[in-house]
Design a protein around this ligand. Structure first.
Ligand SMILES: Nc1ncnc2c1ncn2[C@@H]1O[C@H](COP(=O)(O)OP(=O)(O)OP(=O)(O)O)[C@@H](O)[C@H]1O
Length: 176
């Protein structure tokens, strides 16, 4: 079976990954949006945090492996994830090594991120600032990069979809 393709959006919290992923799947109806946030909710439901009855393995461990399983079943995904530390980055790379990944860097300047954090109110203030110290600083070899503060969502989504479709068959992802 041909592996499903994976459009992998990487950017700090509030950079606009989820909004962008939704705009991309509207343009690519044979792709599904798969988010670390949704997966986190599954783990949260399983855990009994009040009594410290916790899943002793990182959420990302399962998330990355299920991405691989979907791809093995021929399902195309648009994934939003924050590769925010060495463990997450290494696990993502090693799990998806050789898979058809189209790697998208989602940028947004800090002042705009802080504004969005204030407005949305469901993320701790300063989270994106902390993540910016790592994310996009690891020589990530993106296939394309967008800045959600400089261009509107439709422009970014159109650009990503156009270059993705032009790229045709994707080479297997490899460490960068
Ligand atoms: N291009 C944009 N212009 C203005 N606001 C935006 C833009 N993109 C997203 N936002 C707003 O920023 C907030 C965060 O967006 P979104 O949930 O898409 O980001 P995210 O990167 O997925 O965040 P997280 O990783 O925290 O889930 C939302 O309130 C959204 O409406």
């Amino acid at each position: 079976m041909t592996r499903g393709k994976i459009i992998l959006l990487n950017g700090v919290s509030s950079s606009g990954k989820s909004s962008l992923a939704k705009a991309i799947v509207k343009r690519l109806p044979d792709h599904f949006h798969y988010s670390i946030d949704d997966f986190d909710m599954v783990i949260e439901r399983m855990e009994d945090r009040e009594n410290q009855r916790l899943i002793p393995v990182s959420t990302e461990y399962y998330f990355h492996r299920t991405i691989r399983m979907f791809s093995d079943s021929g399902i195309n995904l648009v994934v939003d994830q924050i590769l925010h530390n060495d463990d997450t980055l290494r696990d993502c790379l090693s799990t998806l090594e050789g898979y058809p990944v189209y790697f998208v860097g989602v940028h947004c300047p800090q002042n705009e991120l802080e504004k969005r954090e204030m407005e949305r109110g469901d993320r701790s203030l300063g989270l994106s600032k902390k993540q910016l110290k790592y994310v996009h600083q690891q020589n990530e070899a993106y296939d394309i990069e967008v800045n959600t503060a400089l261009e509107n969502m439709d422009t970014s989504a159109d650009k990503i979809v156009k270059t993705y479709l032009n790229a045709g068959d994707l080479k297997g992802w490899h460490s960068y």
